[in-house]
Design a protein around this ligand. Structure first.
Ligand code: HEM
Length: 507
């Protein structure tokens, strides 16, 4: 039987052509299109970022994202491409487009729900979010959290924290405040959520039970990268210990919620009651509260620890604050009561100290990703990048870490300088305030801001008229106080030790 050479040749030719077409499609799809033809092609950034989303994922996983994105902005300007379909913007005039006009959230937030249901934080679309948030929005207003219903509860917990600090400073050279402030913040949100009689309070046993619960939440949030960015890999990537800790944290909140729901008191105002009366099912109430407690204790504790650290590094700022506060405290009060919130809310130096802490130590310093709408949105053009229509479904982020370090707006940006907030120039102050995103922006900004600010102001005003704080030479601040590069940052060592002395005494 003879071989049909022509047929063999034709067959080989066909395979060669198919291979070339296949190779061409691969090159077009994975190389030419993303770099030269994609609608984001004019947005500058590292070439590898145009080719694969795994580059920025790797940078995020290795805890370098905020700093790398910051450096890329310095190199390429106010808009950069950090993934095939992802950009980051560092021009505060876009806060209005993205956050105030309220683009939908990206899938990053999807897994923040709990017990198999969504909460306000994890709902992605603006419509669903609006319906959910409006139930508790008023309960978190400044009027509500500083009212006679809520403020005494916050002041009690602040006073208890001050008593613990006073006791500990007498027992040892320095006092660890980072975990203590997290417990304080956790107790405030717990009482706010369940009422004092139903809440399981950490400060009642700060060394034992308190640390146990804090550690459960800490371990749970250590899985944030997998939960938010690669949830499909979560169950392979995270350890049994993390699973167990997550279960402890979730059960802890679920039980308190169900217990509170089982006996709602008419005269009592709690978040559980507000959410339940607003139409949320028991599990939805628990999921909402789970998020508020997780979001509320870490952020507040982190901000306060950095604030005290900065004041200890900068004794002249501490002195100014003490002078401003000295008339606000009854020194004979053995219960260490803080002043009334209404007496201290408007104090200029106190506000300047907090603003400067928010600026340098935003506890959520990095991405707050949103999705561009179906009509896209326009990059209006800058020195580095021409006008571009950003297409639908692009992940768009802004990071406080970079906005807060713009040297044009905040000269010498790494310096802790509360005085920069005490200028007369109203226009400049407006520009500075517009640049700040510590609590997010728009209708999805932090719902707990008023409660957090109340706690932070009360503890500072209870503390600094009574004590001075100093650095402890035996504590390695350079290492332990490094802000870890995560969605919610924290001091690398999970601790912050400071020396407390009654006013007038030195070390
Ligand atoms: C210093 C303290 C705090 C800081 C810096 C802070 C910061 C933020 C930021 C930046 C966001 C927006 C995040 C994003 O869009 O990715 C946010 C949202 C949120 N925060 Fe806070 N937070 C603080 C305290 C609290 C407290 C005390 C609570 C509750 C008691 C709380 C509850 C929430 C909730 C529920 C959201 C989601 C709001 C929504 O989507 O409607 N936070 N927070």
């Amino acid at each position: 039987m003879g071989v049909n050479f022509n047929a063999v040749l034709a067959h080989e030719e066909l395979i060669r052509i198919l291979a070339i077409i296949f190779f061409g499609i691969i090159v077009y799809h994975f190389l030419l299109y993303p770099i030269f033809l994609h609608p984001l092609k004019k947005i500058p950034g590292p070439k590898i970022a145009c080719l694969t989303k795994y580059w920025i994922l790797y940078i995020t996983w290795s805890e370098q994202r905020n700093k790398v994105v910051h450096e890329l902005h310095k190199k390429y300007g106010p808009v950069i491409r950090i993934g095939p379909d992802e950009i980051d913007i560092s021009d505060s005039s876009y806060i209005k487009n993205i956050y105030v006009d309220n683009f939908d959230k990206s899938n990053f937030y999807k897994e923040f729900g709990a017990y198999g249901v969504f909460n306000s934080f994890s709902l992605l679309t603006r419509r669903e979010h609006k319906d959910s948030r409006k139930i508790s929005h008023k309960f978190y207003s400044k009027t509500s959290v500083t009212s006679n219903d809520i403020q005494p509860m916050v002041r009690d917990i602040v006073s208890q924290t001050l008593q613990i600090i006073n006791k500990r400073r007498q027992e040892s050279e320095s006092v660890e405040v980072y975990n203590l402030f997290q417990m304080m913040a956790m107790d405030v949100v717990s009482c706010f959520s369940f009422g004092k009689q139903n809440a399981r309070l950490l400060l009642s046993d700060p060394d034992g039970y308190g640390m146990e619960i804090l550690n459960a939440f800490r371990l749970q949030s250590s899985a944030w990268f997998w939960t938010t960015l690669l949830p499909q890999w979560r169950r392979f990537a995270i350890s049994k210990a993390i699973e167990k800790a997550s279960a402890v944290a979730s059960d802890w909140i679920k039980q308190q919620t169900l217990f509170t729901l089982s006996d709602l008191q008419d005269e009592q105002n709690t978040l559980t009651k507000v959410l339940s009366e607003g139409g949320k099912s028991p599990l939805e109430v628990a999921a909402e509260i789970q998020d508020h407690i997780a979001a509320g204790h870490q952020t507040t504790g982190i901000t306060l620890a950095y604030c005290l650290w900065e004041l200890s590094k900068n004794p002249e700022c501490q002195k100014f604050l003490q002078n401003e506060l000295s008339s606000k405290i009854d020194f004979k009060d053995a219960d260490f009561r803080p002043p009334l919130y209404q007496e201290i809310d408007e104090l200029p130096y106190l506000n300047a100290v907090l603003n400067e802490t928010y600026r340098l130590h935003a506890s959520i310093p990095g991405q707050e990703p949103r999705i561009s709408p179906k009509q896209g949105f326009k990059w209006r053009g800058s020195k580095e990048t021409p006008e571009v229509l950003i297409p639908a479904n692009t992940i768009v982020s802004m990071q406080p870490f970079t906005l807060h370090r713009d040297p044009e707006i905040f000269p010498d940006p790494e310096k802790f300088n509360p005085e920069r907030w005490l200028i007369e120039d109203k226009e400049q102050l407006k520009i500075m305030n517009r640049q700040m995103m510590t609590f997010g922006a728009g209708v999805r900004m932090c719902i707990g801001m008023n409660l957090a600010v109340e706690e932070m102001k009360l503890i500072l005003c209870g503390l600094y008229p009574r004590f001075s704080t100093f650095l402890d030479d035996s504590f390695d601040y350079n290492d332990k106080m490094q802000m870890v590069d995560k969605y919610t940052t924290h001091p690398k060592g999970h601790e912050c030790k400071l020396i407390f002395k009654p006013i007038g005494e030195t070390i």
